[in-house]
Design a protein. Structure first.
Length: 359
């Protein structure tokens, strides 16, 4: 098991990644809390709840359930969870444990940040995407209409526990979807992790999650290193948005029904790769190598029927845009990207159309 440390504003917290991560919860000072609540989804709890309670040595924790799916990332659901906590007499000294994927983690962190002006919480991510990305760094949020993650806070967890064995119960599509985020981290990290992932694309099956533990740990470390240097996205942390501006537009344009988030990120990286070529920022051979890895991770839902005008209209609504100007993360080579707000929209439109036709 790997233990990485995130330096947050005010304190440090550990990100424990690998087999046995849940057992390290026993080392966490649970006695200081008046009560412990676990926010999760019922199918996940039925499959892993007893195991998690046993491994973590939690004895008196109470489970709170939310429906599966992106629709649970809403103010309405945040209010419901808050009301449930109040009904069960959660106070300022209570601990909230978010056991689940990105939706549970984002919602749980958001509720923790505002319930009674803030209670401690722990992230226990159960998807590939959450284990390497969304559970780390303290970004919390809910969606509002057309804007993903519009309302949110920077509120770091006290601990992150990423156990790879829980990934074995994912379906293959969800499992592979998370590896588009792993690929993003590999692009940012450099040749070492990238080449490692290239050698594992034929092994991306849930039942083989244990054998991919080191790759997952190294991908998580990329996120740890970035957020430790830029917790509140003042500069460096923007690189983690590689592929995400297009991804969020694709998700919204398709009503959040066609793409899993990782799949949308996969398309987003492919489009921004083509954009980088049009800008002359990346060698075409390097771009093809990255694109080949993304294609080998898994199939992607189609783009061809999505209206170009709709996508282009959504892009400036990305919450990272300032004054309507999009800050694009442009790959220059494996291990190097640049951030630019000087990208002509005609090239953005061309990149999307070309990838859309070729996809």
């Amino acid at each position: 098991m790997n233990r990485f440390w995130v330096t947050s504003k005010g304190f440090k917290y550990s990100v424990n990644v690998g087999r046995g991560a849940w057992r390290t919860f026993a080392d966490f000072s649970q006695d200081r809390y008046s009560a412990i609540f676990i926010l999760t989804e019922k199918p996940l709890w039925e499959r892993w709840g007893k195991r998690f309670l046993r491994d973590s040595s939690l004895k008196k924790a109470r489970a709170l359930f939310i429906p599966s799916g992106e629709n649970s990332k809403s103010m309405r659901m945040a209010e419901k969870v808050g009301a449930d906590l109040l009904r069960q007499r959660a106070d300022r000294r209570s601990l909230l444990v978010a056991l689940g994927g990105g939706v549970v983690g984002d919602l749980g962190g958001f509720v923790a940040s505002i319930y009674m002006r803030g209670v401690d919480y722990v992230q226990v991510p159960t998807t590939v995407l959450a284990q390497v990305d969304s559970a780390i760094g303290g970004k919390t949020a809910v969606n509002v209409r057309a804007m993903k993650n519009l309302l949110g806070t920077f509120y770091p967890p006290r601990l992150v526990l990423a156990e790879p064995e829980v990934l074995t119960s994912l379906d293959e599509r969800s499992f592979r979807s998370g590896f588009f985020e792993v690929a993003k981290h590999a692009i940012l990290s450099g040749p070492g992790l990238f080449q490692q992932l290239e050698g594992e694309t034929s092994s991306l099956f849930p039942k083989r999650a244990g054998g991919l533990a080191e790759t997952l740990a190294q991908a998580a470390k990329v996120k740890v290193d970035v957020v430790s240097r830029d917790e509140r996205e003042a500069g460096l942390r923007r690189v983690l948005n590689l592929g995400h501006t297009f991804a969020h537009a694709l998700e919204e344009a398709s009503g959040y029904k066609r793409f899993l988030h990782g799949e949308a990120v996969g398309w987003g990286i492919l489009i921004v790769l083509r954009l980088a070529e049009l800008l002359g920022a990346i060698d075409p051979a390097e771009s093809r190598r990255i694109a080949r890895l993304l294609r080998e991770i898994g199939p992607l839902p189609g783009l061809r029927d999505l209206p170009v005008r709709r996508i282009l209209k959504l892009l400036p609504q990305d919450k990272k845009a300032v004054g309507g100007r999009i800050h694009w993360v442009i790959p220059e080579r494996i291990g190097k990207v640049r951030i630019s707000d000087q990208v002509p929209m005609r090239l953005v439109a061309t990149a999307f159309r070309e990838v859309q036709r070729g996809g």
